[in-house]
Design a binder for this molecule. Structure first.
Ligand SMILES: *Cc1c(COP(=O)(O)O)cnc(C)c1O
Length: 365
């Protein structure tokens, strides 16, 4: 492929000297897990998001799982979430022992349709877990209002939205807790696995700190069962370099998205909708067409990568068959799964490549 979906190599080369120096410094310093770089990264991420506490963990899935456990969410509890997300969202809910309750999406933003949440709240509902899908924050004012009225916890799955904003507030800082992934392809990604939880709740931050190191707050003293879910120093050092560029990179994504949008105007292909109060950072650039599969084939024939996020909505995944959902239960998520396609997107994508892709999309199907 001449145009890749996510260009990580060009990004590395653009900051190679800083990254190499940071990694070598960790190797020489001799402390490799939960050391000074993790502590500094936690402070930098908390300051960036505008929250008091942040706790580095092994990955975004664990950020969600440890957060659910810290709130005491488990067997018998229900967590309202979206079916149109990466599987880790519902997987974490199930690993905590709770039951995901799926609510259909808004077909314009692909985020939770907040109008449909109330009907799914029961006496067992403990939390709402919105996902800021593709880099745009869900309708958090409505979600927080519902949570207040029904005494629910709100955990933001912000794994695709580092630096995105909603009415001037950063992703992760609006709910009770926000969870991020530093998987390499995320808009703020390391060169391995990593994740972080942000919150203003001191007690929850302290509980996650204990859960991430085998349920221990003093070496070799264990009061509860925990996990081995730590962020390593090399990843933290890399992320401390990259976080300095995140606004610049997110802004570049927005410029690339706007170029795509202007070139595709009038083509009949639906481009992403950004709510005016949101800073959508286009973690992925998602188009929509009834001819999705033909478009993907044409791109492939012309050496352009594209990908389907996500071909099977979570309520129809085999692993969740026990939850009893049928085809047709969440129609917007099901149609989106058939019609959406991610086009190449990264801060380093050239305008020429965008022009090439747009011209391929505009040819007659
Ligand atoms: C990537 C992702 C996760 C999981 O993060 P990992 O670091 O891969 O464990 C969870 N939720 C969403 C929405 C994601 O995109």
């Amino acid at each position: 492929m001449t145009v890749s979906l996510i260009d990580l190599k060009t990004q590395y080369l653009s900051i190679k000297e800083e990254i190499d120096a940071a990694v070598l410094q960790v190797l020489a310093q001799g402390q490799y897990i939960l050391g000074p770089n993790v502590k500094a990264l936690e402070e930098e991420v908390a300051a960036y998001c505008g929250v008091k506490y942040s706790v580095g963990v092994a990955n975004g899935t664990d950020a969600l799982l440890l957060t659910l456990l810290a709130y005491g969410i488990g067997p018998g509890d229900e967590v309202i979430t979206t079916p149109y997300t990466f599987f880790a969202t519902s997987e974490a809910i199930c690993q905590a022992g709770a039951t995901p309750v799926f609510v259909d999406i808004d077909p314009k933003t692909y985020n939770l349709d907040v109008k449909k949440i109330t009907a799914k709240i029961t006496a067992r509902t403990k939390a709402i877990l919105p996902v800021h899908i593709f880099g745009q924050i869900a309708d958090m004012d409505e979600i927080m209002e519902l949570a207040r009225a029904n005494n629910l916890i709100v955990i933001e799955d912000a794994c695709q939205a580092f630096g995105a904003q909603y009415k001037g507030k950063k992703a992760g800082s609006i709910g009770h807790t926000g969870c991020f992934s530093f998987f390499p392809t995320k808009n703020l990604g390391g060169y391995g696995d990593g994740g972080i939880v942000v919150t203003n709740d001191e007690e929850i931050a302290a509980k996650i700190r204990v859960l991430r190191v085998h349920g221990s707050n003093k070496k070799y003293i264990h009061q509860e069962l925990g996990y081995n879910s730590r962020l390593d120093e090399i990843q933290a050092a890399i992320l401390r370099v990259k976080i300095k560029y995140i606004d610049q990179w997110n802004n570049a994504r927005m410029e690339k998205a706007n170029l795509y949008k202007s070139l595709l105007a009038g083509s009949g292909i639906m481009v992403p909708h950004a709510e005016p109060w949101n800073k959508h950072i286009y973690h992925l650039f998602i188009i929509r067409s009834a001819y999705r599969d033909k478009i993907a084939t044409r791109l492939k024939d012309n050496q352009v990568s594209s990908a389907i996020y996500y071909p099977v909505p979570l309520h129809l995944q085999k692993v969740h068959a026990n939850l009893g959902y049928q085809v047709g239960d969440l129609p917007e998520a099901e149609i989106a799964a058939r019609e959406t396609l991610a086009l190449p997107m990264s801060p380093h994508l050239s305008n020429q490549d965008i022009q090439l892709i747009a011209s391929l999309l505009k040819q007659e199907i």
